[in-house]
Write a protein that binds this ligand. Structure first.
Ligand code: GDP
Ligand code: MN
Length: 374
């Protein structure tokens, strides 16, 4: 789930991190009223993408009339493909310096990574390329967390002067918010040092792990879910974890692990899967719905059914697929690999009822499916 700037800042504020005073506005009149209450403001487009500054989506306004005019101009814009429907009208900050700070999931170290740079306001990729000495990173052991001593160590040697203390405190706060809200990314660019010595987030980008939303209910209403495709909506309604992909080999396997393995082997054999679908656990009796979903993807040209039984019985799962196959009567070829609990019975059923011989080896079933989809 993605949070636009205003939503991310609300999350920060709720967690006790002070952010500039601001109001979300949908019209020039609202922006004018907000500026009348706040004073000199900055009017900022609210779209789920960065680089608003460079696109003219961030404007300073000294008076309410100017704020109205800026809002009028920005509300008509399209930034990164997103039409601007709302602006954040925020108290103007007297910026002395701009820094960059972020906490993110780092696949390389398989841990949270705290990033800080004295070069704020520009793309971090650009900073990494042109001013690498200004960029500091620290992988965090989540069991130990990230405290003031870690922050001081990260910042050691950077020319921050008096700002080192509030910056360190801010990094500790950002790590806390990132952890508390199951974030994948919390990025503050710029993190501003104000003329009066305070350090405040002027921008905020927050992404929260969708799988954790059930325990992030208090902030979930602030964010925007990644849109699901029609098929994915159908999967969700059936309580099946379905992800639509662009390939042409349909995948029906039990359990997320075996499904991912099957997808990997499809890729390894030179093909591309047309879906992820998990029918493990309690869902293993939903064969018909699951098959229907996989076959509804317009790209699918062949199907691989890969079952591995333990608690879930392969004869029950195969029974569901056979029943579904007879009901739906699809024209694409299907390749089975069945192993584990109930295997003999499942193989016999597929052979007798569908007239198809399951493969002994998963790799062979998958290669055949990839070949057939070419
Ligand atoms: P982005 O371009 O989408 O990342 O939008 P930002 O929120 O980062 O804003 C872009 C730039 O606008 C910042 O780097 C600042 O230089 C400037 N800016 C944002 N808020 C203020 C403010 O309150 N006062 C001043 N003077 N500049 C601001
Ligand atoms: Mn920014």
């Amino acid at each position: 789930m993605n949070f636009e700037e205003h939503a991310g800042k609300s999350v920060l504020a709720r967690a006790g991190v002070s952010v500039p005073q601001g109001r979300l506005c949908a019209s020039a009149q609202e922006a004018e009223a907000a500026a009348r209450a706040i004073g000199p403001v900055v009017v900022k487009a609210q779209v789920p993408t960065g680089k608003r500054g460079k696109s003219g989506g961030v404007k300073l306004a000294a008076t309410p009339e100017e704020a109205a005019a800026s809002a009028q101009a920005i509300l008509g814009m399209e930034i990164g493909g997103f039409p601007v429907a709302r602006v954040l009208v925020e108290e103007q900050a007297a910026i002395a310096r701009e820094f960059y700070a972020a906490v993110l999931n780092d696949p390389a170290s398989r841990s949270p990574l705290v990033l800080f740079s004295t070069e704020g306001g520009m793309d971090i990729e650009e900073v990494a390329a042109t001013r690498p000495e200004s960029l500091r990173r620290m992988a965090v052991d989540i069991r130990k967390g990230f405290g003031p001593a870690d922050a001081r160590r990260l910042l050691l040697g950077l020319d921050l002067g008096e700002a080192a203390v509030p910056v360190a405190a801010m990094l500790v706060d950002l790590y806390r918010v990132y952890r508390q809200h199951d974030a994948e990314l919390l990025e503050i660019n710029p993190l501003a040092l104000l003329a009066d010595g305070r350090v405040v987030p002027l921008d905020c980008k927050l992404t929260v792990d969708d799988a954790a939303l059930y325990r992030q209910e208090d902030i979930a209403e602030l964010g925007a879910k990644e849109p699901l495709s029609a098929l994915e909506e159908r999967g969700r309604a059936l309580d099946l974890k379905y992800i639509e992909l662009e390939g042409n080999v349909g995948v029906l396997a039990n359990g997320a692990g075996l499904t991912m393995t099957t997808m990997d082997v499809v890729s390894h054999a030179g093909g591309r899967p047309s879906n992820f679908l998990e029918i493990g656990g309690e869902a293993y009796t939903k064969g018909t719905e699951a098959l229907d979903l996989v076959l509804s993807n317009p790209g699918v040209k062949s199907l691989v059914v890969n079952f591995c039984g333990a608690f879930a019985r392969t004869d029950v799962m195969a029974g569901g697929v056979i029943q579904a196959w007879k009901t739906l009567n699809p024209t694409i070829p299907v390749y089975f690999s069945i192993h584990g609990t109930g295997e003999d019975e499942a193989v016999r059923m597929v052979r007798e009822e569908l007239g198809i011989e399951p493969y002994d080896r998963m790799e062979d079933a998958i290669s055949a499916a990839v070949e057939a989809a070419r």
